[in-house]
Write a protein that binds this ligand. Sequence first.
Ligand SMILES: [Mg+2]
Length: 336
Amino acid sequence: MDSLLDFPRSAVHTSTEARLTSLFEMGRGEPRPYGRPMNLNLEPIYKSYDSFSINIYKKGHFREIAKEGVKMPLLNHDINLQEKKVVIADVDDTICETCHVISPEMAGQISAMIREGYVFAFISGTKQSYLLEMISSQLKEQHFLLATTGTQCLEAHPEPKLVYNHTLQEEEKKEIMEALEKLTAKFNIQTLTTTEDQIQDRESQITLSAIGRKAPLELKKQHDPDGSKRKVWVEFLKTVLDQHKYEMNIAGTTSIDITRKGMDKEWGIREFARYYGIPLHSIIFFGDKIHPGGNDYPATKIVDCMAVKNPAETLQKLQQLQKINNLNLEDQDLAR
Ligand SMILES: [Mg+2]
């Protein structure tokens, strides 16, 4: 491959394996064969997109680099969006409204980007059957599902194929279930649906959905909008479950996800990247809970992240990401 910037075009119609091999290759070798400096140059983007507004968190620390209408200096070591060819996105409230299927607009945008050579993976505390329904039923290009916080990886199209799986032991499940029963009794947390829908065994993760996963969305949104109830619950859980053994994270609208320690989104992303040999600098993560205590926060420790409020903002930012690369491809063409 002559240039990283050739990647999106040249990779169209190649198999996933070939695409991922190309990604691996592009992580090697110095100096990089760029026609332009490595850093993202905001100037042409501002000229083209007046309302360009983006919150990017560089790996390892938070940094808001640009706000709507405000130009901020970018250092050379800042995030290079041109090298982001792998999009890993949270699902609930990032790609889809909680527990809803992906919108036709979002599916269309992602499909177009996959056809241009981007790789998409969706990581969620949700189990694989729900993700197949929420995303893969509508998205007809090859993509990956990282179910139950990435402990299960599926190649989801054309036929779902389980790539790897790391599930909880029976005694671990029992320990977690008992802790959650103590929690629901102590705080009188009542489900509006069924007990199985409130405390869900997702094989590699146990999830509490306070009023039930299938409770009406409006009621779920009102239940704990700022997560303050669940912060108290997590503190209680830490007194009855060994916090050196288990991870307890606030997720979705009413949920707490419990996994083995270390099996958070950082782990899920690392495992996916390791398995397919994807360089971490080529990954950009999208999430609506990129704040300490949120279930997307661990992603900031390993890859560059983009914070979004909802699926509408994700759609807008994906369009911008796609345009940045097309803009630079055009600039390169002009420079020849
Ligand atoms: Mg989310």
